[in-house]
Design a protein around this ligand. Structure first.
Ligand code: HMG
Ligand code: MG
Length: 302
């Protein structure tokens, strides 16, 4: 059956804002995160400690993160690609970090300047150190379904990198459809292959899904994952997002669209949909264009 409750891993401030051509002022980012928390989102991915030249949109991480100190009880994970990123996150007292691997060579090179295995070698000491410091570690895996340079991605290729991330000790694995090309049959095939491979071992590593909505499939794909017992779903408020190193990527599944579906299914999220929509409308005004989320638009009467 479906899970009774789903934890939404909100990625708007990170995945959303990393892809905006405009640099959003740090006080707007902080208010965005505060509003998301006030709308009931218990996990808000706040920013990335990556190379500032690679993602200038998030180069203000050192300024932003300390402003979030008042958000008691809200999980604020941050992305760290390497030892330098982890140092920066630890210096600010981050309690949750995420490394981000690729299932394909093309994207590993474009996003991390490494081979697939070279990136895993870069992450291994980061995960080990983070665990030793008592942090919770998420392992993202990008290009789990299709890659803009390589086309459809073989399931075995994805399973291999999942096994490596789980083996490092990641507490959670998030399967990314970075460019939004997955369809439910492919999601079913990958989750079935992971189950057959015994990944992730139950009780040790949580499984999450991370769908971008390029072809309008993100909700159907999410429903398929729920049927496989997945109870952590990534989404971005208002459908913001993309990836600057994968040109065909558009926004993530909109958190509002996800909440509408989950509440309709009787699945608890803890999210106040009206407050969340108001937050996305507020952010859309700051960004100067309307939210692509159907739910935000429907509930705004526009
Ligand atoms: P590189 O050029 O190979 O870096 O980039 P390097 O290791 O050779 O280091 C070069 C210089 O950068 C050194 O300085 C380092 O100190 C510095 P120098 O000694 O020359 O003066 N440096 C750093 N400075 C600050 N913070 C750091 C850092 N690291 C090195 N963390 C690197 C390799 C990984 C750094 C680079 O490729 C990078 O930052 N990539 C990040 C790209 C990114 O953030 N992409 C978006 C996130 S992933 C995503 O969106 C997908 C996801 O949503 C899931 C999905 O949808 O599939 C998660
Ligand atoms: Mg993403």
């Amino acid at each position: 059956g479906l899970p009774a409750r789903v934890r939404i891993h909100e990625v708007g401030p990170r995945d959303g804002l990393q892809n905006e051509s405009a640099i959003v002022p740090v006080q707007v980012k902080a208010e965005f995160i505060e509003r998301l928390a006030a709308a009931g989102l218990s996990t808000v991915e706040a920013t990335s400690f990556v190379h500032p030249k690679w993602v200038p949109q998030l180069a203000d991480a050192e300024e932003l993160y300390p402003r979030l100190g008042g958000l008691d009880g809200v999980r604020l994970p941050v992305l760290v690609p390497n030892a330098r990123g982890l140092e920066r996150a630890l210096a600010l007292g981050a309690r949750e970090v995420a490394v981000f691997a690729s299932a394909t060579e093309s994207f590993a090179k474009a996003n991390l300047n490494r081979t697939v295995d070279g990136a895993l070698e870069m992450f291994e000491p980061v995960v080990t150190r983070a665990k030793r410091e008592g942090l919770r570690v998420r392992g993202y895996l990008s290009m789990c379904f299709g890659d803009p340079w390589e086309g459809p991605v073989p399931v075995e290729q994805v399973v291999r990198v999942c096994r490596a991330l789980v083996g490092m000790g990641c507490d959670e694995l998030s399967l990314g459809d970075t460019i939004g090309v997955a369809t439910p049959g492919h999601v079913h095939a990958l989750l079935t292959a992971l189950e057959r491979a015994g990944l992730p071992a139950s009780g040790e590593t949580d499984l999450a899904v991370h769908f971008h909505d390029t072809y309008g499939q993100a909700l159907s794909n999410t429903f398929t994952a729920l049927q496989h017992g997945v109870a952590t779903v990534d989404a971005s408020a208002g459908g913001l997002g993309g990836c600057p190193y994968a040109k065909s990527a558009t926004g993530n599944l909109a958190t509002e669209d996800l909440v509408w579906m989950l509440h309709g299914l009787g699945i608890e999220t803890g999210v106040d949909l009206a407050l969340l929509c108001a937050t996305s409308r507020w952010m859309a005004e700051r960004l100067g264009r309307p939210s692509p989320s159907r739910t935000v638009r429907a509930l705004s009467g526009t």
